[in-house]
Design a protein around this ligand. Structure first.
Ligand code: F0G
Length: 454
């Protein structure tokens, strides 16, 4: 059949609150045109993020009843640990409350002034956690990764020549190499197994450990299965174990592919580093067998880890994201190609050439989508990346607006509505105003900055 259906039916429903355009314009104004500052009951279709916003399954809710809330040595920890190790067989599995907590702990141990940490592209919290230690976060994605129209099948790949050059010139200051799979900030684009293996070889030849920021490992593995030569008949968990084998550890947000509403982990093989990390974990997160999570969360994640590698689920997941991308393409909406795994990224610089990058075309589009149809999206451009630790500002490599699709949450008619909202906004793109920042914090400004329209 041509139609790839949702491989589930609805078991419990949540009402959506309808709002008027006039009400939304007022809400946006009162929020200082920052969509993170809007109450979610004023949002109709929330595509701000796919993080923690997915629908848990019947079996995850059932697993929650198995949660054992013992402070130390809870059986729920071992269920969780074994589910992680089934896919990522690392020696030490350290639960954290989110991915960024794992990053904070890892780079607290590995970062520091004068160090430089290369990645294909660091996600914003990873970059911020590295820079917070005084280290430099360096993005070395392949050139195609910066070209919104390139149809390269693995635009998340690392530029191995640049990695080699960095390690030759500044190797002494590189504590580890990182790979983000899929490459969220670069458009949810996958990394090939071939590239991961090459990066692993280069890193290890220089004695550097490789860490995966593996939030969307299932989606990445599905892309490998679909696009990489010789991988088409393989089982996704086997592909994931091959990905894991390239690295020495991982940071993880369990709010993405593992279908959790909260959670994360740090996993690694190095005993000394693990001990150092666990000591900090106890100060900041909790005892090592729960690390900031309830036993019930650990159980839900263990079940989610089984569901997110299911082929029927992944086929639907990747197809439903491509469905939105294909429709926007038909409308002539400039989008980053090919479609990402978890999100579609509109190229706001191409849509709004009359707004200069530091007047934030991505912000202009995101606000317009909200005002027009109550669709909340997320700017990934100069608001998010334009300000540097020294306070200076320069345009980001791309001005994107991300429509992130929560897992198993919205139906096809919800997405059809989103497409219609995009069509309306596109029709009056030339009239959208740029923005200036009124107030901003020194780091991670996109969460709290306030704006005014030009
Ligand atoms: N790494 C990547 C690639 C991410 O996408 C995220 C979160 C994190 C790390 C941090 O994980 O939120 O659990 O602390 N991304 C979300 C997003 C917030 O909307 O893309 P966290």
């Amino acid at each position: 059949f041509r139609t790839v259906i949702e491989p589930f039916r609805i078991h419990s429903v949540e009402p959506l609150r309808m709002t008027t355009a006039e009400h939304r314009r007022q809400v946006a104004r009162e929020a200082g045109y920052n969509l993170f500052q809007i109450r979610s009951e004023n949002v109709l279709i929330d595509l701000l993020t796919d993080s923690g916003t997915g629908a848990m399954s019947r079996d995850q809710w059932a697993a929650i009843q198995h949660g054992d809330e013992s402070y130390a040595g809870s059986p729920s920890y071992f269920v969780f640990r074994d589910a992680v190790r089934e896919l990522f067989p690392y020696e030490h599995v350290i639960p954290t409350h989110q991915g960024r907590a794992a990053e904070k702990i890892l780079f607290g141990a590995l970062g520091g002034v004068g160090k430089v940490v290369p990645s294909n592209t660091h996600f914003d919290t990873t970059r911020a956690n590295i820079e917070f230690t005084g280290a430099e976060a360096l993005d070395l994605v392949i050139a195609e990764g910066h070209d919104p129209s390139s149809l390269h099948p693995f635009k998340g790949n690392m530029d191995t020549a640049r990695l080699k050059a960095l390690l030759a010139e500044r190797g002494d200051n590189v504590p580890c190499v990182m790979m983000t799979i899929t490459n969220n900030s670069g458009g949810g684009q996958p990394v090939s197994l071939e590239n991961l293996r090459a990066v692993s070889e280069i890193a290890h030849a220089h004695g550097k450990p490789l860490f995966l920021d593996a939030c969307r490992f299932g989606e990445n593995a599905w892309f490998i299965r679909e696009r990489e030569e010789g991988q088409g008949e393989r089982d996704v968990p086997d592909i994931i174990r091959d990905m894991a084998a390239c690295a020495d550890g991982m940071t993880m947000s369990a709010k993405k592919d593992p279908m959790g509403n909260i959670g994360g982990w740090l996993a690694l093989n190095d005993d000394d580093l693990a001990q150092q990390c666990r000591s900090v974990l106890i100060l900041t997160e909790g005892f090592p067998t729960y690390g900031g999570l309830a036993g019930r969360d650990l159980e839900a994640l263990a079940q989610g880890l089984k569901e997110c590698v299911d082929h029927d689920y992944l086929r639907y997941r990747i197809r439903s994201t491509a469905y939105l991308a294909d429709a926007l393409d038909k409308l002539g909406m400039p989008c980053l190609k090919p479609a990402g795994g978890h999100a579609v990224y509109i190229d706001a610089r191409a849509l709004l050439p009359h707004i200069e990058p530091l007047h934030f075309p991505g912000q202009a589009l995101a606000v317009a989508l909200y005002e027009a149809g109550g669709v909340r999206s997320c700017e990934i451009g100069s608001v998010m990346f334009g300000r540097h630790p020294d306070g200076s500002e320069s345009p980001a490599a791309m001005e994107l607006v991300r429509l992130a699709i929560p897992r198993r949450t919205y139906t096809q008619s919800h997405i059809d509505y989103v497409i219609e909202v995009c069509e309306r906004v596109k029709a009056r793109a030339g009239d959208l105003p740029g923005y200036r920042i009124v107030d901003e914090p020194p780091a991670l400004r996109h969460f709290t900055a306030t704006f005014e329209q030009f």
